[in-house]
Design a protein around this ligand. Structure first.
Ligand code: PGA
Length: 221
């Protein structure tokens, strides 16, 4: 309490985020901690299903999803777009073409995230809604590994553009495919009824004020 009065916020912020969010949440945290150097952070990364499982113990202040579970009582703060974009190696025959039909894209060998991934759910839903079947060649449990597999010519994929913006993407191109990207959003989720600590409230306000513009600028460069 005294620390709050003096404006020196301290304590622990507990976050559990889906794999795709691990590319930008650390950047956001880096800036946040410059303002509040006494705050400790406990940071966990998992796929959507793992984060949902972690929710059971209710220990974390916030969860970051783009596909929050519908059957849980959550307070959601929508803070940034998460476009899921089509990628291919730069020498792929579809590279550089305009408005490739989704059916034609779907015929290419496709590298798919694992069961439990929110990205995979969104991709499957998009294909199902349009009655198109992707040609899944391989299931790979990591965004980075998919990125590198695409670079090495193993196939095409759909990944969050956040995975491309950080950590090198040479040899990759984004494809212009009809009905893509799949436009989803990022949500900061907390359990309804859980009392937020001063640290948690401070972080929530910080995200609301600072996330979208900065991170999007980074994405576009
Ligand atoms: P995931 O993340 O594919 O790593 O599960 C995305 C999400 O939950 O929306």
């Amino acid at each position: 309490k005294l620390a709050d009065l003096k404006g020196l916020k301290s304590g622990t912020l507990r976050l559990a985020v889906v794999t795709t969010a691990k590319y930008f949440i650390p950047h956001l945290l880096g800036d946040f901690l410059k303002h509040y150097p006494d705050i400790d952070v406990d940071f966990k990364v998992g796929n959507r299903q793992q984060i949902i499982d972690w929710m059971e113990n209710g220990e974390d202040d916030f969860y970051v999803f783009s596909h929050p579970p519908k059957n849980r009582e959550l307070d959601l703060q929508d803070f940034m777009p998460n476009p899921l974009v089509a990628i291919a190696p730069q020498d792929h025959p579809l590279a550089g073409l305009d408005q490739v039909p989704l059916q034609q894209f779907a015929e290419q060998p496709f590298l798919m995230r694992e069961e439990g991934s929110g990205t995979r759910d969104a991709i499957e839903k998009q294909f199902e809604d349009l009655a198109i079947q992707p040609n899944v060649r391989m299931v790979i449990e990591s965004n980075e590994a998919i990125k590198h597999a695409v670079m090495s010519g193993l196939g095409v994929s759909i990944l969050s553009s956040h995975t491309l913006a950080f950590g090198g993407s040479s040899g990759l191109v984004q494809l212009d495919v009809e009905q893509l990207p799949i436009v989803t959003r990022w949500y900061l989720a907390s359990l309804k009824g859980k009392k937020l600590s001063v640290v948690a409230r401070t972080f929530m306000d910080y995200v609301a004020k600072n996330s979208s513009i900065d991170s999007l600028d980074e994405l576009n460069t």
